[in-house]
Design a protein around this ligand. Structure first.
Ligand code: ADP
Ligand code: MG
Length: 241
């Protein structure tokens, strides 16, 4: 059963067409690497999946939710989808644990002890157990990004979306964040990750989708990255490796 399915999705910003009819499917437990040059529409596609943007035409289904539907229950969709961006957006005046328990408490109405237990579990998953009582500014960039991932995981999503989560980090910190994502992938989490880490994508992706000028230009298994069929993907991977 597909967890995410886009069919002929079109989206413009004003008079600028950005998605020209994008279609792809992500099966349960699969890791999809969404790649492509800057401006090809990757972030827009990701944001449409979580209804941070509304689409002009086509359909998007996520965990059984019809995202394109006017009557979509946004709250239910967002319970099933976790999204992590390049910027971590942790609340600076809250501890790491408080950042993580906020949504389970307010959205899921969990009691303090229950939310705390989940926060501790999620912090353990990202290797930050000892940072629960620290404030974001006391953490490195890589640690803050791992905390942001833990915050998403605490809502127990069905699918995780990562948009260039390591782009702001230096190589050492990038490695520790990628390791967390790799562990998450190995645990069976369904995910779409927009990434420029081609080696990483080749290693962990079940499916690679290459976007070019607002369309899926080429897609396939991770082997696609070593043997691209189109000149556009060939050029893209050559510049990125
Ligand atoms: P990518 O993530 O692949 O770099 P984006 O989806 O961010 O690409 O952007 C695709 C195109 O859409 C770009 O030309 C960008 O300038 C434009 N765009 C993205 N978001 C907006 C917006 N909110 N308003 C207007 N144009 C936008
Ligand atoms: Mg982007």
């Amino acid at each position: 059963m597909p967890i995410v399915e886009l069919k002929d999705v079109k989206k413009s910003f004003g008079s600028l067409p950005v998605l020209h009819g994008v279609s792809f499917t992500v099966e349960k437990g699969d890791v999809m690497a969404l790649i492509g040059a800057s401006g090809s529409g990757k972030s827009t596609a990701l944001r449409c999946i979580d209804r941070l943007e509304t689409i002009d035409s086509g359909t998007i289904e996520v965990c059984g939710h019809k995202v394109h539907d006017r009557d979509l229950d946004l709250r239910k969709l967002r319970l099933d989808v976790g999204i992590v961006f390049q910027s971590y957006n942790l609340f600076p005046h809250l501890t790491i644990e408080e950042n993580i328990t906020l949504a389970p408490r307010s959205v899921k109405k969990m009691d303090k002890a229950g939310a705390r237990e989940i926060a501790r579990e999620c912090l353990a998953k990202v290797g930050l157990s000892e940072k629960a009582d620290n404030y974001p500014e006391q953490l490195s960039g890589g640690q803050q990004q791992r905390a942001a991932i833990a915050r998403s995981l605490a809502m127990e999503p069905q699918v995780m979306l990562f948009d260039e989560v390591t782009s702001a980090l230096d190589p050492k910190l990038t490695g520790e964040v990628l390791k967390v994502i790799e562990t998450l992938a190995a645990s069976g989490m369904t995910m779409i990750m927009v990434t420029h880490e081609m080696g990483f994508a080749r290693r962990i992706a079940d499916q690679v989708v290459f976007m070019h000028q607002g369309l899926v230009h080429e897609s396939g298994t991770s082997g696609t990255l070593t043997e691209p069929a189109t000149p556009e993907l060939r050029e893209f991977v050559m510049n990125d490796f």
